[in-house]
Design a protein around this ligand. Structure first.
Ligand SMILES: NC(=O)c1ccc[n+]([C@@H]2O[C@H](COP(=O)([O-])OP(=O)(O)OC[C@H]3O[C@@H](n4cnc5c(N)ncnc54)[C@H](OP(=O)(O)O)[C@@H]3O)[C@@H](O)[C@H]2O)c1
Length: 322
């Protein structure tokens, strides 16, 4: 069967091409796509910049929702072979059924937000150990899609008591406070380091969930260390994105003078079996609205994915829908 798919190489912008889809193998199902996710990971892989990217021509995208041909079952799937196609053969082990009663709105929420929600869900589930009781979490990059979701994930999936959002724009943080009822407080990076430290909001933090890195991370880490009420109380810094820069200064004294643990979260640090278990739960939580409600997103037509590919991700997360 001939299908249309969006391809890229590290040196070429995404382009549509017709390909022949062979019949599925015994361990595969054919999924007829309903929508595909658009996110920093898909963009960075398409230009060959991500640590999981291929150097050869590949189909764009890392996730999709669709119907299994023959059964009509609604599924979400992740594939490093690409997902931007009308139909694809996917290993049966890599498809995650959506609840049978999922509405179109539920399906849209899953595909628009799954990758962004994965950032914090994987960090909390697989990388930081168990959260202490009444945990206090700070989210660096709170005004973005993954940051907003991290607030909901920390509270609704992992039972955090307090979440503080950190961002570079006071105006956006003020808006976020109005829009996100689970957010307890904010810290603006427009403030000086001295003001952040004397404000004391980081003095008892258990986890900093960092989507940003760069100078912003250096400032927050330094402020968190200097604010600490009890130096030996464990502070886990979990690094998940580098949208603010590739390098951050960390004083070696920070590691010796306090109980600071720095870990990263992504596709590398745990066996894929752990990711599989997590995605199953994540899909259910997004589909039933435990997480994702209120986070802005909007569909664009699948056929426009080539011309929209270089659009900024913006404050409203786009996904491409058939
Ligand atoms: N490891 C994982 O599992 C995983 C999963 C998903 C995403 N990520 C990564 O996480 C990062 C954020 O993703 P997203 O989906 O939230 O993106 P997004 O919706 O585009 O949001 C980006 C966020 O980063 C902030 N930001 C950008 N540059 C900054 C800087 N120099 N200093 C401080 N804040 C800065 C933005 O602030 P403004 O709102 O003020 O613009 C916004 O809060 C990306 O690097 C992405 O690749 C990682």
């Amino acid at each position: 069967m001939t299908i249309k798919a969006l391809f890229s190489t590290p040196s070429a912008e995404p382009y549509f091409k017709d390909i022949e889809l062979p019949p599925p193998k015994d361990h595969e199902v054919t999924v007829q796509l309903l929508a595909v996710g658009y996110n920093h990971l898909a963009k960075s892989r398409a230009k060959g910049a991500h640590y999981t990217a291929s150097k050869d021509e590949t189909i764009v995208g890392i996730d999709g929702v669709g119907k299994v041909k023959g059964t009509g079952e609604l599924v979400y799937f992740v594939s490093m072979e690409g997902t931007y196609a009308q139909e694809l053969n996917v290993p049966k082990a890599a498809v995650y059924p959506l609840p049978a009663n999922s509405s179109e709105e539920d399906v849209d929420r899953v595909i628009a937000l799954a990758n962004s929600a994965f950032a914090s869900a994987n960090a909390f589930s697989n990388r930081i150990g168990s959260l202490p009781e009444n945990a206090s979490v700070a989210v660096l990059g709170a005004t973005g899609t993954s940051g907003r979701l991290a607030i909901q994930v920390a509270k609704n999936m992992f039972g955090a008591k307090t979440v503080i959002g950190i961002g570079r724009s006071q105006t956006k943080l003020d808006q976020l406070k109005k829009d996100e009822p689970l957010l307890d407080d904010v810290i603006s990076l427009e403030e000086s380091d001295e003001a952040i430290i004397s404000g004391g909001k980081l003095s008892d933090i258990d986890v900093v969930f960092d989507l940003v890195w760069g100078n912003s991370a250096s400032r927050v880490l330094n402020a968190a260390i200097k604010s600490k009420k009890v130096p030996h109380k464990r502070l886990v810094w979990v690094q998940t994105g580098q949208i603010g820069g590739e390098k951050a200064d960390i004083s070696p004294m920070a590691l010796r003078s306090t109980n600071l643990v720095i870990v990263g979260s992504g596709f590398g640090p745990q066996p894929f079996s752990e990711i599989v278990k997590l995605i199953k739960v994540l899909v259910e939580k997004l589909a039933d609205g435990t997480i994702g409600k209120g986070v802005p997103y909007k569909p664009l037509p699948f056929g426009t994915a080539d011309e929209r590919w270089n659009d900024e991700l913006g404050d409203e997360r786009v996904f491409f829908k058939f």
